[in-house]
Design a binder for this molecule. Structure first.
Ligand SMILES: [Zn+2]
Length: 169
């Protein structure tokens, strides 16, 4: 089962188009490796491949970062490419993952271990996170705690039964 989704984070932009293409290729080689090892890779470099050279592309750099963080929220881990420290975007992604307790992988050996390991998943969002409380990831735990304060216990029981639709995290 390819149920682990791993996001590849690393340098994208370069001063030259050729340099950017080189960075994209580094990222997609890692994407191939992740797929070969049995997980599902998200390579943002491929997702918006050379969009900045398209006339129709009105999306700005900050919007791409914003969108990439939305994707990261849905993934089980981040894989940091060796060049990540040269990239402002990758640094933002790294800090975002840290803050949200999303596992961060920095080498191929740990990648294999991560893919093979049977991980515990959050009872609510079913994602793999490095911090759990009572079976929930910190984000879900805090959300549920907040709902509990706002509503009565009965409402909370309904959530557990799946009768209440809780807004997307
Ligand atoms: Zn969760």
């Amino acid at each position: 089962m390819r149920n682990k989704i791993i996001y590849v984070a690393g340098a994208y932009y370069d001063k030259t188009k050729q340099g950017t293409i080189k960075n994209i290729n580094i990222a997609r080689q890692m994407g191939i490796e992740i797929w070969n090892n049995g997980a599902t890779a998200i390579v943002p470099h491929d997702n918006t491949y050379l969009y900045e050279y398209e006339k129709k592309s009105i999306t700005k750099y900050d919007s791409f970062i914003e969108g990439d963080l939305e994707i990261i929220k849905q993934t089980d881990a981040l894989y940091m490419l060796k060049n990540w420290k040269t990239s402002n975007g990758a640094k933002i992604e790294y800090n975002f993952a840290k803050k949200n307790h999303i596992p961060i992988i920095t080498n191929k050996r740990d990648l294999k271990k991560f893919i093979q390991k049977k991980h515990k998943r959050c009872a609510f969002c079913s994602k793999i996170r490095t911090y759990y409380k009572k079976g929930f990831c910190s984000k879900c735990f805090n959300l549920i705690k907040k709902l509990k304060q706002q509503h009565n216990e009965e409402y909370f029981k309904e959530i557990n039964k799946g009768f209440v639709i809780v807004p997307r995290l």
